[in-house]
Design a protein around this ligand. Structure first.
Ligand SMILES: [Zn+2]
Ligand SMILES: [Zn+2]
Ligand SMILES: [Zn+2]
Ligand SMILES: [Zn+2]
Ligand SMILES: [Zn+2]
Length: 312
């Protein structure tokens, strides 16, 4: 069902077009003729939260993209929600009773399992960390919970961009294990120690009758603070640019974005998922009310002060 997400270039193009549409709508050129300005002021009604199209007052669905319009309330906690939100960020529950949270298929009132993907309506308990989940990947530990999710992971893990990103992520992890020199004195001291070690080993070898011994290089990976920071920033930027290219374009079904984003989540680095809905940072798209608008993973530094909206 998710098979074509990664292959279909149209998805990305549609995302770009949608964004252009929104920008065009939001920024009417300043020197627009009076007539045009008057027309814009006259355009009262409901603006589609998904595509920006203006719809007639009282319309239930967007004439252009079909998204539900207006507001509704969360059936669990009563918080106000956009009509096209499927998740309440206040009580952190899935709210669409007639739509499968795992695949987006329609559910009938008495379906205990989704007729399309077979997932249980009550959620799936993660076999690794035992968290109860309403979506295809564990919100706590990221484990793929359904057959479709596992297939998506297998598919994404062969993409060259994903492999490149994972390589950079593990280099970054290695860097975190290195202690940079705290001062120039410390660095000079270590160089002296290295030379001393070489001298001692040479003298010992000379004693055994070897004139020019082959001394193995000391395998210290330490470096100056500047070099360390530069290397780290370099890796972070490369990962960020790959994440930018792998950003999730808007999709008709929220499940498509949640599943794809979770499948291409890099391992071993601190991340947040930034949604296009409110540009909020979530710990994952599982905590966003409207992931169908798209979004992307953002790499967070070790000491970042950026705040994540939901902490799982
Ligand atoms: Zn619309
Ligand atoms: Zn709620
Ligand atoms: Zn389903
Ligand atoms: Zn888990
Ligand atoms: Zn969000």
């Amino acid at each position: 069902m998710n098979d074509d997400i990664t292959k279909n270039p149209e998805i990305t193009n549609r995302g770009v077009n949608l964004q252009m549409q929104q920008e065009l709508y939001q920024s009417p050129s300043e020197d627009a003729p009076m007539q045009q300005q008057a027309q814009m002021q006259a355009a009262v009604g409901v603006r589609c939260p998904s595509c920006g199209t203006m719809n007639d007052e009282g319309a239930m669905f967007c004439a252009s993209c079909g998204a539900p319009l207006g507001k509704t309330t969360c059936p669990n906690c009563g918080a106000e929600l956009d009509a096209d939100a499927d998740f309440c960020e206040t009580c952190r529950r899935y709210v669409k009773k007639d739509v499968c949270s795992f695949c987006g298929a329609h559910l009938n009132d008495n379906d205990a399992f989704c007729p399309e993907c077979g997932s249980p309506r009550g959620g799936i308990v993660c076999p690794v960390c035992h968290t109860l989940n309403e979506f295809s990947f564990c919100k706590q530990c990221g484990t793929a919970l359904t057959e479709d999710a596992r297939q998506l992971v297998a598919q994404v893990s062969t993409m060259p961009e994903y492999l490149e990103m994972q390589k950079l992520a593990s280099e970054l992890q290695q860097l975190d294990l290195i202690l940079p020199y705290s001062s120039e004195r410390e660095q000079v001291q270590e160089q002296l120690n290295t030379r001393l070690r070489e001298r001692v080993l040479t003298l010992l070898a000379n004693d055994r009758g070897i004139a020019t011994p082959d001394i193995p290089k000391s395998n210290s990976k330490r470096m100056s603070k500047e070099e360390y920071e530069a290397k780290k920033n370099d890796r972070m930027q490369e990962i960020a640019s790959i994440l930018e290219r792998m950003a999730q374009a808007p999709q008709p079904k929220p499940a498509m974005v949640r599943n794809y984003a979770m499948a291409c989540r890099p391992q071993g680095v601190r991340l947040a998922w930034e949604c296009n809905f409110k540009h909020a940072l979530h710990s994952s798209p599982c905590g966003c009310a409207k992931p169908q608008m798209g979004g992307k993973w953002i790499i967070l530094g070790k000491d970042t002060k950026k705040e994540i909206k939901d902490d799982k």
